[in-house]
Design a protein around this ligand. Sequence first.
Ligand SMILES: Nc1ncnc2c1ncn2[C@@H]1O[C@H](COP(=O)(O)OP(=O)(O)OP(=O)(O)O)[C@@H](O)[C@H]1O
Length: 246
Amino acid sequence: MTLEFASCTFGYRRRREPVLKDFSYRLPPGLTVLLGPNGAGKSTLLRLGASVARPRSGTVRLGDIRGGTADFRRHVAWMPQDIAPMPTLTAREYVAYVGWLKGMSRADAWHHARRALARVDMVKKASAKSSELSGGQLRRVGVAAALVHEARVLLLDEPTAGMDPHQRRVFRDVLTGLSDEVRVLLSTHDVQDLAEEADHVTVLHGGRILHDGRTETFFAHTPAGTLQGRAAEGAYTALLQRHDVA
Ligand SMILES: Nc1ncnc2c1ncn2[C@@H]1O[C@H](COP(=O)(O)OP(=O)(O)OP(=O)(O)O)[C@@H](O)[C@H]1O
């Protein structure tokens, strides 16, 4: 059962050119990294995928479950770019609160919150106030909140933005562990950092898919002579240049 967009058209204002036009996409298993220049439509795609925004035409579904329904929202979790702390709540309370909002009982939400924090390696910080966490820790709590209700699909909007290299490393490990159980679609500008960890790479530009395939096929675009450690950036730039974008 996967997240599927079928012929979706979406724009922010009715009379403006749509950001996504007749857009179809199927999220593959594992970790998919979503790349694309500023304004490509990555956040818009994730918002549609999470049913935070609804397409003007076309459908978003998770198997038989229609987008926009409570059932859909229970199974698809989304973490926006600008995750905000809830100052009075601890990390565990924050995660449990989200579980409760998603329809869990208080007892279940509290119990599952601990498990979700363990999955992102944040049990030690469970009692820390969410406003006292670093940006990277807060994002891991955000992922725990996304996982608390046992979602099948996780949509993460630039989760590593602003993280230091150590936090990024920890976060990458968390993600690769998770993607055996849930399908993850993650947008990022950290091409070099994340592409190597991915099972799949999708590149978006102007609301269109420029590349969509397994990570090996993405790396096949790396130009000969690219510096070691720069393969992903090389492949990404080559793809954009081929489509006259770079
Ligand atoms: N709330 C909004 N109202 C009007 N236009 C918007 C809104 N949000 C995004 N857009 C426009 O939609 C297009 C796609 O934006 P989107 O945020 O999806 O791109 P992105 O690929 O996530 O970009 P970035 O990498 O900069 O985050 C852009 O042209 C943007 O200006």
